[in-house]
Design a protein around this ligand. Structure first.
Ligand SMILES: Cc1cc2nc3c(=O)[nH]c(=O)nc-3n(C[C@H](O)[C@H](O)[C@H](O)COP(=O)(O)O)c2cc1C
Ligand code: SF4
Ligand code: SF4
Length: 270
């Protein structure tokens, strides 16, 4: 069976997941001789359609890790909108140098439940959305070399028609990771939302347009509904007017900067 399409779907509020998704797409493209089609699943308007893939398509699904799992507001959308029919798939998670915990297994099980056959999977390290010091400079040259090697093996498997079965524990998925404060106590992040510095804000509206939940009021750009703490508004604001001031959130960031500066390794299954 010859593959006809190489499709890459990614959810990427702050761009780290997209960077890896595009690199993987490029590497697979040269090996398979197919032009990659990229589908951005990040903004609410991008998530309106359903995606249906056939047996001659290859899907690469790339998601960030939130609290050791797939982002809890996105996993149901992946499940409801992305379908295969014996479609080969490569699930990839991107994590911020702490740990992917259960996220990759969750993505494998989700895709397999929706009609995909997993060729291989990986969790690659990126910069942490919460801090430039955690996962700084990742993915670096060594990471990109590992991603290239992973893609070459996937191409080899696909060209030899060695479809499933990805060797992986398929038992029930464990709980979400509990974020901790710098003193080791659980951090309560549920209510944390970005604040706007009215002195700095130039009312460009970029934060509202960047929010993957469509939660920032377009008029005031201050009122925020459901917030998944993705940091898109903070990182994309050209005036540096958005920040999280919540004490538990800041203490969690301090904990990450204290304990997770060390180099985490990529996890590769192929
Ligand atoms: C709410 C939230 C929770 C996160 N939880 C984890 C985690 O449990 N483990 C980890 O290593 N990184 C975690 N991260 C970091 C992201 O997985 C990582 O920075 C990812 O590259 C972000 O993707 P993006 O740049 O495409 O937005 C978390 C980020 C956010 C926003
Ligand atoms: S992106 Fe920044 S400057 Fe632009 S409206 Fe939002 S807070 Fe204001
Ligand atoms: S308001 Fe929350 S969900 Fe929306 S972009 Fe900002 S951090 Fe992300």
């Amino acid at each position: 069976m010859k593959l006809q399409r190489l499709c890459v779907i990614y959810f990427s509020p702050t761009g780290g997941t997209e960077k890896i998704a595009r690199f993987v797409g490029g590497e697979l493209s040269s090996g398979l001789g197919l032009t990659p089609e990229f589908f951005d699943f990040t903004k609410p308007e991008d998530r309106q359609t359903q995606y249906h893939f056939g047996a001659e398509d290859l899907l690469v699904m790339v998601s960030p890790v939130y609290a050791g799992r797939l982002p809890n507001k996105l996993a149901p959308e992946y499940k409801a909108k992305i379908f295969g029919q014996s479609t080969p798939a490569i699930p990839i998670c991107v994590f911020g140098n702490r740990s992917p915990d259960e996220a990759l297994r969750e993505l494998v099980l989700l895709l397999e439940g929706n009609g995909f056959q997993t060729v291989g999977g990986a969790a690659f390290v990126g910069r942490h959305s919460f801090s430039d010091k955690v996962g700084a400079g990742r993915p670096d040259q060594a990471d990109l070399a590992q991603i290239t090697e992973f893609c070459a093996k996937a191409v080899e498997k696909l060209l030899l028609n060695q479809l499933p079965h990805l060797e992986m524990d398929r038992s029930e998925i464990g709980p979400y990771y509990t974020p901790l404060k710098d003193d080791g106590a659980p951090a309560k992040l549920l209510k944390a939302k970005p604040q706007t510095d009215g002195e700095r804000c130039v009312h460009c509206g970029l934060c509202a347009r960047s929010c993957p939940m469509g939660s920032i009021d377009k008029e005031t750009v201050e009122a925020v509904g459901l917030c998944i703490k993705c940091q898109a508004c903070v990182r994309r604001c050209p005036a540096h007017a958005k920040r999280f001031e919540d004490a538990d959130f800041l203490s969690h960031v301090a904990m990450l900067e204290h304990n997770y500066i060390r180099r985490a390794e990529n996890m590769i299954f192929i």
